[in-house]
Design a binder for this molecule. Structure first.
Ligand code: CS2
Length: 448
């Protein structure tokens, strides 16, 4: 038996569910990149909102590269379970917010029609750092952009304008600094060449809030799927696993209506910068450190790496002595308590969060996780030896080659073979905007 609308009634009683009527509700959100993170985060908040009576916020998920999620979820009528794990306990909820999944390469017209539908008010994205097609100095890489969401988004917006519909809120949910500002600028660059009149319409009718998104979502394993089948008595190919913790801070900058996500734990604020900076530099910064140093030390999971006293000390140093002093907290934001909570989350063995999952796409992650911190510390004349150690481990990681999964991986590994570390460092630098202080950081690293 497989999970779907018909079989959902046979789920065990302890599987939580909203019980709202899905058939009479419209799709209000089109989401690019419907991977596990979205299903455990934004779709979960939206499911809670729908359960509490918000209406017409069902989600149309769009996959850009692989049909896998549509094959997992469409035969289940968009339903899947989300299981929160901690210690020895687990709690499972049936999520109904996702109505359908479209596979962009073969269903482009449907994606455009969904964006152009009058019920759609939000186009959100979780396309990973590399999915934004940022080239040198945050300029749009047009060749890469053509392969991603930009043409579909532009066609959807053009159809809305032609139909006399209002603009939409474009909501980026990826770990980039100033993700709203960056995305708005990249979309402008795309439209400027493709359709300058649409660019003007986008500027006046659409809004792109910045967001800080946080929930640890390990990749689902075959063992996880076996466990959930045993627990719920049916197969769920879309099953997703996460921690109980979740955080979402969203800039109050919408073009039109939105679900009342703040009733379910999201925070709507004027400025997300302090939350986003703390999250990127402390959580993600320490994650990347543990990933490269942990893999080098032979560990597989985050809880194992953080359980090693030497690596724990290094991560403590990165969070508390290097990242923390570079952040100006918002009123009431306690960064020392934040660090304590992060270590508790990292140490939870129930999550089984793989280090190689975090290690991927280093070139896309390191700038906002480490280099921005190094730049600030260098300006103040402060030490950044923990980040430097992480950097050295990243170079080891490239040289070791076993787990490298990065859009620039082949190029960097080639440079490593021909010119060694110095060539790799030089290549990275040409990708960054503020070369001077960063040079200092890299030079420091390469001398260690
Ligand atoms: C991780 C993040 O894979 C990674 O690079 O650092 O996905 C991290 O788990 C999330 O940002 C937590 O919110």
């Amino acid at each position: 038996m497989r999970l779907c609308t018909k079989t959902a009634d046979c789920l065990p009683d302890d599987v939580l569910r909203g019980g709202y009527d899905r058939d009479s509700q419209a799709i209000g959100i089109v989401h690019f990149g419907i991977g596990a993170f979205h299903r455990a985060h934004q779709a979960w908040y939206t499911d809670l909102a729908l359960s509490a009576g918000d209406r017409n916020w069902l989600i149309c998920g769009v996959s850009l590269r692989s049909p896998a999620v549509s094959e997992q979820i469409n035969p289940q009528d968009g339903l899947y379970t989300l299981t929160e794990r901690t210690g020895d306990t687990a709690s499972t909820r049936l999520i109904g917010a996702v109505r359908e999944v479209l596979f962009a390469p073969s269903q482009a017209e449907q994606v455009i029609a969904r964006i152009a539908d009058k019920a759609c008010h939000i186009v959100s994205l979780t396309v990973t750092e590399k999915g934004y097609a940022r080239g040198d100095g945050n300029r749009l890489d047009r060749a890469k952009a053509r392969e991603t969401f930009y043409p579909l988004l532009a066609s959807g917006l053009a159809a809305r304008r032609a139909a006399g519909l209002p603009g939409v809120t474009i909501l980026p949910c990826d770990n980039l600094a100033d993700n709203g500002g960056v995305l708005a600028e990249l979309v402008r660059q795309w439209l400027e060449t493709e359709d300058p009149a649409l660019r003007k319409w986008f500027d006046s009718e659409c809004r792109v809030p910045s967001t800080m998104i946080d929930r640890i979502v390990p990749r689902t394993s075959a063992a996880d799927l076996g466990q959930i089948e045993e627990r719920i008595g049916m197969q769920d190919a879309g099953a997703t696993f996460t921690e109980p913790f979740s955080q979402w801070v969203i800039q109050d900058h919408f073009a039109g209506p939105r679900p009342v996500w703040e009733r379910h734990g999201a925070k709507i604020v004027a400025d997300v910068t302090p939350y986003e900076t703390a999250k990127l530099r402390m959580l993600n910064g320490a994650h990347s450190l543990l990933a490269y140093c942990g893999l080098r030390a032979g560990y597989e999971y985050v809880h194992e790496a953080v359980g090693d006293p030497a690596l724990r000390e290094l991560a403590e140093c990165l969070m508390r002595r290097e990242a923390l002093p570079t952040i100006s907290p918002a009123k009431g934001q306690d960064l020392a308590a934040y660090a304590d909570a992060l270590f508790r989350r990292f140490a939870d063995p129930a999550l089984r969060h793989r280090l190689d999952q975090i290690a991927m796409d280093g070139t896309q992650k390191i700038p906002q996780r480490w280099l921005d911190t190094i730049v600030d510390l260098s300006r103040k004349g402060l030490d950044h030896s923990a980040i430097s150690t992480g950097f050295e481990a990243w170079l080891w990681h490239l040289n070791d080659r076993r787990f490298v999964n990065d859009p620039f991986g082949a190029e960097l590994m080639g440079l490593m073979s021909s010119g060694g570390t110095a060539q790799v460092v030089k290549r990275c630098l040409s990708e960054t905007e503020s070369a001077d202080p960063i040079w200092a950081g890299y030079r420091h690293v390469s001398l260690m």
